[in-house]
Design a protein around this ligand. Structure first.
Ligand SMILES: O=P(O)(O)OC[C@@]1(O)O[C@H](CO)[C@@H](O)[C@@H]1O
Length: 384
């Protein structure tokens, strides 16, 4: 799958260029407002912005445990302009450097402090997440098929940055905005025969919806065991780490109604080993799923299904390239070692697996449908 050109950050005005030139400065401003960083940290963050928007790629200057791995991943780019770098590589290195700049790896007061924690906490405590958790009680009113649909739709739309997903009692409404796939396609992959792996994306509301999905997989017998993969360290602002899993779990367990019940069941499943949380270094690496390390490849090969959540994981799964939107999903994931399902809100340029009519209608509509978070997809491949 190496034919289409890689998406890069060079073209002024492109989505990827705007991430570096418009989003990152705002993000750093917010970080500095959220934490009383001293001048040294603020200078490092400013230097990172200058380097990544107008400079050349500089090596890491910390001696964190992942230093050698990053030296290998950056070797061919050191000294070259950031503007030549592929988008996926550049964002990943940017977040690694951002952590170093905030003192995450250095001895001192900021060591191990997740700079994004205040944002994640605020999202978990906000009204929209509260409404969503309350809406879980509606699941009781639904029949089996409707409940299946609602749970998967919540996991899909939970990937919307503003958490504006709903668990509707009207299952007929849950397909709005989907550009590919149906909940039935998703559920047809599961027969309870083996462990299911879920590669999570964001913390807070999305992770809450993912835990509801995990609970549903276990309670309906679709999976005897679930492995939940999260990031080993803070990444892409709101990506879930093991600490976030505990935060969300505690939040659920303290909630009333169905949310509380799910929280307690998930805790028990963690205790008895039916749910396992992993944080493999691969998930913060600037690599595609086509470059899976052998241990992860073996795990996904022995999974009954791997569920891949979110936009970034989708980019890594199909390759962050200018693919034709109509390229079959099965072709894009032919490298993947087992059955796979992608649940994603579209928030970046890459997309595959659309039918020709859908793709041309979306293009004719004139809105930035690939990046504005108003569309989502469910794509599945049962494997070879
Ligand atoms: O993986 P997520 O959370 O669904 O989305 C992350 C994401 O939309 O944020 C980036 C912009 O900073 C995009 O490049 C990226 O794909």
């Amino acid at each position: 799958m190496a034919d289409a050109p890689l998406i890069n950050i060079a073209e002024p005005g492109s989505f990827a260029w705007r991430v570096f030139h418009e989003r990152h400065p705002v993000m750093i401003e917010r970080l500095c407002a959220a934490h009383p960083f001293g001048p040294d940290v603020r200078d490092e963050l400013d230097a990172l912005l200058r380097e990544s928007t107008a400079g050349v790629v500089e090596p890491l200057r910390d001696d964190a445990p992942d230093h050698d791995a990053w030296s290998a991943w950056t070797a061919e780019r050191i000294g070259r302009p950031w503007s030549e770098a592929p988008f996926l590589w550049a964002e990943s290195y940017f977040f690694r450097k951002l952590l170093a700049a905030t003192g995450f790896f250095a001895p001192g007061p900021w060591r191990g402090v997740d700079p994004f924690a205040p944002m994640k906490r605020a999202e978990l405590a906000n009204a929209a997440t509260g409404e969503t958790l309350k809406a879980l009680d509606n699941l009781r009113e639904l029949d089996e098929a409707e409940r299946d649909a609602a749970v998967v739709q919540a996991a899909v739309w939970g990937n919307q940055a503003d958490l504006a997903f709903q668990l509707s009692t009207d299952a007929g409404n849950t397909g709005a905005g989907l550009v590919a796939g149906r909940s039935e396609d998703f559920w047809s992959l599961f027969d309870g025969s083996g462990p299911v792996h879920l590669v999570a994306d964001n913390a807070a509301g999305e992770l809450a919806a993912d835990l509801v999905l995990v609970d549903h997989l276990l309670t309906t017998g679709r999976a005897p065991r679930v492995v939940l993969h999260v990031k080993p360290s803070p990444y892409y602002v709101s990506d879930a780490t093991p600490t976030d899993v505990l935060e969300v779990l505690n939040h659920l367990a303290k909630s009333s109604g169905m949310a509380g019940e799910v929280g307690h069941r998930i805790r028990e499943s963690l205790r008895d080993g039916r749910i396992e949380v992993r944080a493999h270094p691969f998930f913060c690496a600037p690599l595609d799923f086509g470059d899976l390390p052998e241990d992860l490849r073996d795990e996904f090969a022995s999974a009954a299904v791997t569920i891949v959540k979110g936009d970034l994981n989708y980019r890594r799964l199909v390759g962050d390239r200018h693919w034709p939107a109509t390229m079959p999903f099965a072709d894009a994931v032919s490298h993947f070692p087992g059955p796979v399902a992608a649940l994603r809100v579209l928030k970046s340029e890459v997309v595959v697996g659309l039918d020709a009519g859908t793709a041309s209608a979306l293009d004719a509509g004139g809105e930035p449908w690939r990046t504005n978070g108003s569309r989502a997809l469910i794509q599945t491949c049962p494997g070879g």
